[in-house]
Design a protein around this ligand. Sequence first.
Ligand code: CAA
Length: 257
Amino acid sequence: MGYETIITAQHGRVLLITLNRPKALNALNSQLAAELIDAVRAADRDPGIGCLVLTGSERAFAAGADIKEMQNQSYDAMYAADWFAQWERFAATRKPVIAAVAGYALGGGCELAMMCDFILAAENAQFGQPEIKLGVMPGMGGSQRLTRVVGKAKAMEMCLTGRMMDAAEAERSGLVARIVPAAELVAEALKTAETIADMALPIAMMTKETVNRAYETTLAEGIRFERRVFHAMFSTAEQKEGMAAFVEKRPAQFRRD
Ligand code: CAA
């Protein structure tokens, strides 16, 4: 599939995806959604990719769902198309995905960043759910994911007022893993992704799946799930190699097939 709204570039075992609708501040229209989901699904199938980085421009990660595309939609059409349901396929990416966010991450842009496994933010990043100003509310998971990440008070304030959070507040609130100077954002995200891609891929995928369980289940069930997956790891070549390498005081050599 030739892409028009995203740019993909492979850096070793890392796939860098850059949202590329600069005139619309990377607003997420249907074409971009289809292309982005196609790219991440292909990366999920590609044994040569161990981690993904999703970024935008210095001015905007993404300024939200495309308002012009939605403006004249009806309830019937939205319902029939199950509008935004396709984003669940992005959120279901099995390999680790880092969001490298500079500039605006608003509405669907903030929601897309939260669908990634963690966010690295440039100092100029701004996060917000301003949909209420458009007479709607978050529709790509923001009311749920933002609330789980930053807690009810901040999520409610942001969703009800449309107020933006800067990078420092986002880091304090747990929305962002780390703040990076804007000029170094993509390089730092690639470096972090390379660290992850150098690990054993099936183990990284199982770790992602297990951490994500924390959002979907009770503590007791989550701990049981963790223990089952932990035990299962002892059937993998990766556990044998990783622990043997430690004992033999050498770097681990994980399979790459
Ligand atoms: N959809 C479509 N086009 C958008 C857009 C969006 N979400 N955000 C920006 N654009 C377009 C603008 O229309 C403008 O295009 P034109 O030059 O053709 O007029 C271009 O991008 C540049 O934008 P501005 O001129 O507005 O730039 P600015 O620097 O003055 O303001 C901004 C930047 C504060 C981000 C402002 O563009 C803005 O408020 N954008 C909308 C943010 C928003 O409401 N996002 C939520 C969308 S709804 C949603 O996401 C639902 C959901 O839950 C999934």
